[in-house]
Design a protein around this ligand. Structure first.
Ligand SMILES: Cc1ncc(COP(=O)(O)O)c(C=O)c1O
Length: 564
């Protein structure tokens, strides 16, 4: 103790700690170069990291752990017992033994504004900012800016890391968004462990409600994959074994697997050259010339003689198919429409028929979403969902996902084990509020790609009609020398993908469908030219400039070679 400060012998002070006057420290640990202002008290078993600034009049109680580089404003108050009492039940004064110390952690680089109160058992994430005067009642995610009583997330700090010109640019970064939300995601695991409610229950129901709302759909039924979502949606909508379901050949095989697993057979319709989605003209042509009526007046496929019962437009790469005319044709021919929205969480379509913007998942009889990790809304594992405005259909999907049960051990139909894990539902629910922002960031990056590449005559960039708001699950350009471009980008450390290199009608798995090469010329031509460039919400401007620079370098080299 000196004339102004009260510092007990058990305090561990790092090198160059700077202390003001009237400080009270006991049993705590302070890291090097930290500055502590006047009238600060730090209690036993509390720790403060290196290079922190603790402003005057703050109270840091037992159980608080402040990591390095943290700023604590004036008069910040920590609390470490959720249920403090002065007296015991018999009226005697409580002792230290009655005090139940709970831990609070302030992670690296966070800033806590003046006058903040932080309740016990809280974690404030890395680099987060808590606005002055807030009352923090639950965990604050990393990089979040929160304020108010109770403190709520206002926005997130843009993480624009500086990359050097030689750093690789990944095709997809799945690590950063999970680090941003780490403390909340870990909280879901904790809640799962504490309740052991691993299958079904409130975490699933709460997510279903929120996702139905996000899609402007009446119902959402969460299932264990996008493939099962599509299979269950088709079955619940009335597709029967032996039917034909029309779809496009340039989709992921899961679309046609789901059709086959529902007992039906896929038949294909070519795509629109500009949007890469189902061509309305080809669908109409198919219905008029490749289909006929059987003796009962039912629509049949002339290739197979089977009943055609449904059409599955795929909202490929995050852009919705031209739904108005597809729905009109389906209506005219009595077809069920199930949207494959597995790549299109949040995509929008301006319906000229309804005169308003519509969300993916709200237009067909039902829609299927995938929550595979790389999707715009991805689980930390497998997941999917069916959305629909038809309550009865939703009820059937609920039975299909759960062994056909209408209630426990009452199996009205034979179903499947197709439920979404409760922990995955909880994790998706943490991510869902960020989806609109992530989609907006993807759209910003797509707008930059367009601005920087639109004049390049050696490539085609994605076409977004005025009626579409794509969520750019993938950013797919076309190049005549696709392999050359991929090799060039790979040599420059830039990741790419091909979605998808072989149209489904030419896959071995579908040899029995007997489609010839040339059957779907647009899908075949496009599949030989497409390259998916890096596209994810956290793609930085610098990373994107590098991608663009290398695309331009490749196309101008190949142009010179053609001219020579
Ligand atoms: C267009 C499309 N349909 C269906 C699926 C199937 O989803 P999942 O992988 O969740 O089964 C995917 C996912 O990759 C997809 O991209």
């Amino acid at each position: 103790m000196n004339s102004y400060n009260c510092i007990s012998n058990d305090v561990k002070l790092g090198e160059n700690v700077k202390l003001s006057k009237f400080i009270n420290l006991y049993g705590c640990e302070i890291g090097k170069e930290t500055k502590i202002g006047a009238f600060v008290e730090i209690q036993k078993n509390a720790s403060v990291g290196s290079r922190c600034k603790i402003s005057s009049h703050s109270f840091i109680c037992e159980g608080v752990c402040i990591e390095d580089n943290v700023f604590i404003g004036h008069g910040v108050m920590f609390i470490n017992d959720s249920y403090p009492r002065a007296t015991a039940q018999d009226g005697s004064l409580q002792t230290e033994a009655d005090w139940k110390v709970e831990r609070t952690v302030i992670r690296k680089g966070a800033s806590i504004g003046s006058g903040v109160t932080i309740l016990p058992n809280i974690s404030v994430g890395e680099n987060a900012i808590v606005g002055a005067g807030s009352v923090v009642t639950k965990d604050v995610p990393s990089n979040a800016i929160v304020a108010g009583n109770p403190a709520r997330v206002l926005r997130f700090i843009e993480l624009r890391a500086h990359h050097s010109d030689s750093d690789p640019v990944p095709f997809l970064d799945l690590v950063t968004p999970h680090l941003e939300l780490e403390s909340e995601l870990v909280g879901v695991f904790r809640r799962g462990l504490q309740t052991a409610g691993f299958v079904g229950g409130s975490m699933v129901e709460e997510f279903e409600k929120a996702f139905a709302g996000f899609c402007d759909a009446g119902h959402c039924v969460a299932v264990n994959s996008g493939t099962d979502a599509l299979r269950f949606a088709l079955m619940a909508a009335g597709v029967q074994p032996g039917d034909v379901v029309l779809t496009v050949p340039n989709t992921f095989i899961a679309t046609t697997e789901a059709i086959s697993q529902a007992g039906a057979t896929p038949e294909f319709v070519d795509i629109n050259e500009h949007t890469s989605n189902m061509s309305v003209e080809r669908l109409q042509h198919c219905l008029e010339t490749s289909c006929g009526r059987d003796s009962h007046g039912r629509l049949i496929s002339l290739r197979s003689g089977r009943r055609v019962s449904a059409v599955v437009p795929v909202h490929l790469y995050g852009q919705m198919a031209d739904m108005d005319p597809i729905l009109r044709l389906a209506n005219q021919y009595g077809l069920i429409v199930v949207e494959d929205a597995c790549q299109a969480h949040g995509a929008e379509y301006f319906s000229r028929d309804l005169n308003r913007w519509m969300k993916a998942g709200s237009m067909g009889r039902a829609a299927a979403f995938s929550f595979y990790p790389g999707k715009n809304l991805g689980a930390c594992g497998e997941g999917g969902a069916v959305t629909t405005n038809d309550g009865e259909l939703a009820g059937t999907v609920k039975m299909l996902r759960d062994h056909g049960q209408s209630k426990k051990y009452y199996h009205d139909i034979e179903g499947y084990n197709g439920r979404l894990d409760a922990i995955q539902a909880g994790l998706l629910h943490v991510k869902l509020p960020h989806l609109a922002r992530w989609n907006a960031q993807r759209r910003d990056r797509a707008a930059d790609y367009k601005r920087l590449l639109a004049d390049n005559e050696a490539i085609n960039i994605p076409y977004e009609p005025s009626w579409s708001r794509s969520v750019y699950h993938l950013y797919v350009i076309r190049s005549r020398d696709r392999e050359g471009m991929i090799d060039h980008l790979k040599a420059a450390g830039i990741g790419t993908g091909i979605h998808y290199p072989i149209p489904l009608h030419l896959q071995k798995a579908y040899a029995s469908l007997n489609y010839e090469r040339g059957a779907f010329p647009v899908a075949e031509r496009v599949s030989a030219e497409i390259v998916s460039l890096p596209m994810f919400p956290q793609l930085t401007v610098e990373q994107q400039s590098r991608v663009v620079r290398e695309v331009v370098a490749f196309t101008s080299n190949s142009l010179q070679e053609t001219v020579r």
